[in-house]
Write a protein that binds this ligand. Structure first.
Ligand code: ZN
Length: 136
């Protein structure tokens, strides 16, 4: 079951350049920074109430975020992430209704969460992520 919007993923050329906007202009606090090697990105997390913002900076030209920035040079909203209590069930439900999955099997994303993405061609143009706390 989807329980809430967990975060919005926002592509930026440089987290260091974007930080003053989020910290000083908006007054949000950066809570966590992490490099996700598997996705070739550096991330920085902010909280806006219950919803997080995930800034994404590419660490390689092959990063999906680098490709996004080629098409959107100013940066912008890259994906929406729904928190789910059952990521495997959520993927199955989407797949069973004909939605193309970018990942059949969840993988470990930032902050130790399990994540998987749906293909934007199947989601009316919105790159969609499911995320769930990692099972122990
Ligand atoms: Zn995300």
């Amino acid at each position: 079951m989807i329980t809430r919007i967990d975060h919005l993923g926002i592509a930026v050329k440089s987290i260091d350049e974007a930080l003053p906007y989020y910290e000083k202009a908006l007054g949000l606090r950066c809570e966590h920074r992490e490099e996700v090697v598997s996705q070739k990105v550096r991330t920085a997390f902010f909280s806006a109430g219950e919803v997080h913002l995930e800034l994404l900076e590419p660490t390689s030209p092959e990063s999906p975020i680098a490709k996004f920035l080629e098409k959107n040079p100013s940066g912008g909203i890259h994906h929406i992430a729904f928190a789910t209590s059952d990521i495997t069930g959520q993927l199955k439900q989407a797949g069973d209704t004909g939605v193309k999955l970018l990942h059949e099997v969840p993988f470990e994303g930032a902050a130790g969460k399990l994540v998987a993405f749906l293909h934007p061609k199947s989601t009316f143009g919105v790159l969609t992520e499911f995320c769930a706390p990692k099972a122990h």
